[in-house]
Design a binder for this molecule. Structure first.
Ligand code: ZN
Length: 404
């Protein structure tokens, strides 16, 4: 097990570093010239800012990869989990839950310097950061509180099911995990997000009138179109769709509203409605559920094997340490599946784009995409292999070509 794990870590790290290098080279190789399809719409200054920003983030990403790998090895084969667990009665449900909370807290504190650097140095340097230190601390405390309030009972519940769930405890654990996922997908956008952001209905005006027309035309019966005050934290602009049932909503960042024309905003909104019309949330939840069941079946099979925990550096193993190993070490084995998820997500983006073109216009959607890439300093020239592996959205040039 130890060899298999170390081999998977080594392959994963090499692959990620290789992809990162490719991305950097691709962006730098195209830095001096705006790609032909964008030449009329994007200036050389903006193009070079996007290149520099992407390269800076890619390089910083390599530091994250190195630090993350080192920490994972320290936690597992380095004995970190074993050491931390020895301070808790981790074979009991309560002690195990406390141990899990503590492990996540330590992991968050250890990586805090990297997050601080990303926000206050990297984003700041390119003019994107708007988070004040006070707001950062407040977010951190709220996040920690949510982690304890939701994560604590979830951990205790999981350990209880593992201990008392009988032979098919893993099916019960899966059901519990599904219930939590559905609850978060339902409550997240409507309630939990309100702890961090302010949501307001679209103000009266031209946009509101056109949006109401669009909602009527597409049969999207919802009053859930909101503007979110993303500008308090970052100058980046975006839009997203979330929730289901009564909490279903489309959210536009206020930064986006300032940046796009009314027809372009309408096209972005139509794109998000396209995600609902094609049932993308439901299909993502369904595939996630099937994947989760497969992972837990595998986990049930290995959990009590002598080689599983000891191979990953835990000799006094309990359900709690097994669960932590599943979450942290398991991701190493899930990494090769990433391109499948990315491919599927990009397919859904094309579907949503096509919907936006049908319901509004290809020109408006194209205009919105060009403006978004420019203002967010997103690269127009990603490496194709890097993009195929990671990107949830197709490269701008391909999206625009399809819209035409
Ligand atoms: Zn989309």
């Amino acid at each position: 097990m130890r060899l298999l794990f170390l081999a998977a870590v080594a392959v994963g790290v090499s692959l990620r570093l290789w992809l990162s290098r490719r991305q950097e080279h691709s962006v730098l190789a195209h830095r001096d010239e705006v790609p032909a399809p964008f030449r009329d719409a994007i200036g050389l200054d903006a193009h070079q800012k996007a290149a520099d920003y992407t390269v800076a983030r890619t390089r910083f990403g390599r530091i994250r990869i190195a630090a993350g790998t080192l920490l994972l090895l320290l936690w597992t084969v380095g004995g970190g989990i074993e050491l931390l667990a020895s301070g808790f009665d981790h074979h009991s449900i309560l002690g195990g839950a406390l141990f899990l909370l503590c492990a996540f807290a330590v992991a968050a504190i250890v990586t805090l310097p990297l997050d601080l650097y990303a926000t206050f140095v990297l984003e700041e340097k390119f003019g994107f950061n708007r988070t004040s230190p006070q707001l950062y601390v407040a977010d951190l405390l709220k996040g920690a509180l949510l982690g304890v309030v939701i994560g604590g009972p979830a951990a205790a519940g999981a350990l209880w099911l593992m201990q008392r769930g009988g032979e098919y405890w893993w099916v019960a654990l899966w059901a519990g995990w599904m219930a939590l996922s559905l609850f978060l997908a339902w409550a997240g956008p409507a309630f939990l997000a309100k702890l961090f952001f302010k949501f307001s209905p679209l103000p009266e005006g031209d946009l509101r009138t056109r949006v109401e027309g669009l909602l009527g035309r597409t049969g999207y019966a919802s009053d859930g179109v909101f503007v979110m005050d993303g500008s308090r934290r970052s100058a980046h602009a975006n839009a997203f769709f979330a929730g289901f049932g009564k909490t279903k909503r489309v959210v536009l960042f206020d930064t986006l509203c300032d940046m796009l024309s009314v027809p372009e905003l309408e096209a972005v909104l139509a794109h998000e409605i396209g995600h609902f019309k094609h049932r993308h949330i439901l299909s993502r939840l369904t595939v996630g559920a099937i994947q989760g069941l497969a992972i837990l079946a595998l986990f049930a099979w290995v959990k009590d094997s002598a080689w599983f925990q000891s191979g990953l550096g835990v000799t006094d193993g309990s359900n709690a340490t097994a669960l932590l190993l599943l979450m942290w070490a398991g991701s190493v084995f899930a990494f090769p599946l990433r391109p499948l998820w990315s491919y599927w997500s990009r397919k859904q983006e094309y579907e949503a784009d096509a919907f936006a073109k049908r319901e509004t216009s290809g020109e408006a959607m194209t205009g919105a995409l060009v403006r978004l890439y420019e203002k967010n300093a997103s690269t127009l020239t990603p490496d194709p292999v890097h993009s195929a592996y990671y990107d949830s959205h197709p490269p701008a040039a391909l999206r625009i070509a399809r819209l035409k």
